[in-house]
Design a protein around this ligand. Structure first.
Ligand SMILES: NC(=O)c1ccc[n+]([C@@H]2O[C@H](COP(=O)([O-])OP(=O)(O)OC[C@H]3O[C@@H](n4cnc5c(N)ncnc54)[C@H](OP(=O)(O)O)[C@@H]3O)[C@@H](O)[C@H]2O)c1
Length: 314
């Protein structure tokens, strides 16, 4: 557990001197375009300096617009924010990696990225259709490329100074190990679903031992109810410490040494989700003892995102 008293200021070091990642991150998985802009502006105004994006969210343009306007309005320098985006499954072929990266960068209106992630370890049939399926609706995977092939293309983006760090998302420990062992540039970050109902403790321990930042998505259980927000232990602690259940869940994530991504859409929720401070030790331990187990997003098993509605290419 970290001893810092102000969780808003915590930054986690990335390996290879690749910079610092603010522990509290804002996720941009928001379906509505106008809402993407307003939520991103709200997050920046509330104090978030870490932004998580993805080619697959189809809104990098709106995030870029919001960041450009927000940085100017708030007098914040580009170097003072941390921006991540992700390579989608249809771009795993090495020759597709750099063009996909540059297209994301253009949409985000940036000239470098702090972190580029392979969105999932599953390669899909290459092409413009992000969700390629056969006539029966089965995903069309690409068996002509390995994750290591894709990783090597990611490494060359770091070599060329296009992004400061690279990592993996939706990966299991058994999927991470071979890449970790073979990589010339080790993964700096892994992004996975994690909350008290899916603590992923073994993976967190591996990351801790090997200098990898463990970045939790869905720390509030994606707002799904019943879920961690309604866990009776969490709601009782919230009442006891005078915080909201969301603040308790986010504090728990930072207190166990992980970074997190949350998606508040309103200004009020952005302020609430950024106002995070340590839990008393007994409350932290109580959450660690929760026995409920629930995975909410099956993407880790299939590569098909559980929280993103299926949309055909236009
Ligand atoms: N790598 C991957 O495959 C992957 C998968 C999923 C997500 N992600 C990333 O992780 C980010 C976060 O994931 P997530 O959206 O599941 O995070 P989350 O923060 O666990 O869930 C967001 C949901 O929680 C609700 N919420 C937010 N603040 C709240 C509060 N203070 N009290 C009560 N409810 C609250 C929101 O409701 P309202 O909308 O009503 O405010 C929204 O429905 C995403 O935006 C994305 O960047 C990555």
């Amino acid at each position: 557990m970290t001893a810092a008293s102000d969780f808003r200021a915590i930054k986690l070091p990335l390996c290879h001197g690749a910079g610092l990642m603010p522990a509290l991150g804002f996720g941009t998985l928001i379906a509505d375009r106008a809402e993407t802009v307003s939520a991103t502006r709200n997050a920046l105004a509330a104090g978030f300096r870490h932004f998580d994006c993805a080619e697959r969210y189809r809104n990098e343009g709106e995030v870029g617009e919001a960041l450009q306007a927000g940085l100017a309005a708030e007098g914040i320098a580009r170097e003072d924010i941390f921006v991540t985006t992700k390579l989608w499954n249809t771009n795993h072929r090495p020759e597709r990696v750099e063009p996909a990266f540059e297209a994301s960068l253009n949409r985000l209106r940036l000239n470098y990225l702090d972190l580029y992630l392979i969105h999932t370890p599953f390669a899909f049939q290459p092409g413009e259709e992000q969700d390629p399926r056969d006539q029966e609706g089965n995903v069309l995977y690409d068996h002509g490329v390995t994750l290591l092939d894709t990783w090597k293309a990611m490494e060359s983006l770091v070599d060329h100074g296009r992004c400061r760090a690279i990592g993996l998302s939706d990966i299991t420990l058994s999927g991470l190990l071979p890449i970790f062992e073979s990589a010339r540039i080790k993964p700096a970050v892994i992004q996975v679903e994690s909350h008290p109902h899916l603590p992923e403790t073994q993976l967190l321990e591996f990351c801790r031992k090997n200098g990898i930042v463990f970045l939790a998505f869905a720390p509030l259980g994606h707002g799904i109810r019943p879920g961690p927000l309604e866990d009776p232990i969490v709601t009782a602690i919230a009442e006891r410490v005078g915080k909201t259940p969301a603040q308790v869940l986010l504090a728990w994530a930072v207190q166990r040494g992980s970074a997190l991504l949350t998606t508040p859409r309103s200004a009020a929720r952005a302020a609430e989700n950024f106002d995070i401070c340590p839990l008393p030790e007994d409350a932290f331990d109580e959450i660690n003892r929760i026995k409920t187990r629930q995975r909410l997003n099956d993407v880790v098993n299939t590569g098909s995102p559980g929280f993103i509605p299926r949309v055909r290419a236009t």
